[in-house]
Design a protein around this ligand. Structure first.
Ligand code: GLY
Length: 367
């Protein structure tokens, strides 16, 4: 078992990572329960894990009330937020209660936002069931729903009170989803941890094949990295937390080109985006070309896209840059980019010329 503390003064909390934890979650959750049943918000695909969690709560004398939503990105909507908050109010949820979010990033983001605004903020616990949610979205308190104008545009920072991660739930995750989540694991190596990138190069095949020790190590290492970054810059104001967006600006443009459909999962867009960030850094003479090639080779080796073409996208540079202009990271009319001086040496660059990005993307269109 690993416990990572996210150190945020009176908003601090633990992330507990342990194989089999879901079946023992009641022990950790019972102290947070009050006289009402605990609401568990989940989606249709998570029913087997819901049964495990409810049984564990019951074994500790805690009644629970499931709220089961349709799976998929369309659940991060105003309509779902309205019906979820109505249901939580019907259940009598108070500010001192804790709502459980059991699911992937969609459930975590929606429930987190509902809890940010319910009675001006109530407690919640993240129990993430995808690799992407375990290593990224369940930790750090970013919550959101989607707007007509784009993804995650309506939201709030609202930290959970506890995060419970059971790596065993990944046994039933489709291989494509697991690979997409892995992009966010290797991201931590690329940002500032060359030794972890080397660990990923050696161990990714084992991890993706379900090796329990490799999986738990990767999750714990990733969560510890994220906790450090969030503690340093909770609201993404100093530039430190922005490092977590490595690959996201290029990736966002590729995802937008698919209409944010399942043609390209978020993690796949991030993978191609990280390869592009390194290739662009190399093209600008900022990073060694061999580092960019090493990143791309690793992503290819694990079956992740390392270019727009590999992601199934054929669009010119101008089109992709136009998508980037709708990025929520736009700041006073400029778009900050995460570039790299090498593997493990990512930095925020606010001086990137979008015309140069478009020219670079045109040159990479066929590769
Ligand atoms: N997923 C990026 C962040 O939490 O800041």
């Amino acid at each position: 078992m690993t416990i990572v503390r996210v150190d945020l003064a009176d908003r601090s909390y633990d992330v507990v990572i342990e194989s089999g934890l879901l079946g023992r979650a009641g022990e950790r959750l019972a102290p947070l329960s009050r006289r009402r049943p605990m609401a568990i918000v989940t989606d249709e695909n998570i029913r087997p894990h819901l049964a495990t969690l409810q049984a564990s709560l019951a074994a500790h004398g805690v009644a629970s009330e499931p709220i089961v939503l349709p799976p998929g990105e369309s659940t991060k909507s105003w309509a779902s937020l309205e019906s979820l908050t109505d249901r939580l109010l019907e259940l009598g949820v108070e500010r001192g209660d804790h709502v459980i979010a059991l699911g992937g990033g969609v459930i975590g983001d929606l429930v987190g936002f509902a809890c940010a605004i319910l009675k001006r903020g109530c407690g919640f616990v993240q129990v993430p069931t995808t690799l992407l949610a375990q290593v990224d979205s369940s930790v750090g308190g970013k919550t959101a729903i989607n707007a007509r104008a784009g993804k995650n545009l309506i939201g709030a920072f609202h930290q959970p009170n506890l995060v419970l991660i059971d790596p065993d739930v990944l046994d039933t995750l489709p291989a494509r989803q697991l690979r997409a989540g892995y992009a966010e694991v290797v991201k931590y190596g690329l940002i500032d941890d060359f030794a972890f990138f080397e660990w990923c190069e050696t161990n990714a095949p084992k991890l993706l094949a379900g090796d329990a020790a490799a999986r738990e190590y990767a999750i714990a290492h990733s969560v510890a990295a994220k906790a450090r970054i969030v503690a340093a810059d909770e609201r993404e104001t100093s530039g430190t937390r922005a490092l977590l967006n490595l690959g996201h600006t290029f990736g966002h443009a590729l995802e937008a080109e698919t209409g944010f459909s399942d043609r390209l999962l978020h993690g796949e867009g991030v993978a191609a985006g990280m390869a592009l960030a390194f290739a662009f850094s190399a093209a600008q003479g900022i990073a060694p070309g061999q580092d960019a090639e090493r990143v791309a080779a690793h992503l290819r080796a694990v079956g992740l896209p390392d270019s727009p073409a590999a992601a199934g996208i054929d669009a010119d540079g101008e089109t992709l840059v136009a998508h980037m202009l709708h990025d929520k990271k736009m700041d006073a009319g400029t778009l900050p980019f995460l570039l790299a001086r090498g593997i493990g040496r990512t930095y925020l660059d606010k001086t990137v010329d979008l015309a140069a990005v478009a020219t670079f993307l045109d040159a990479h269109r066929a590769t």
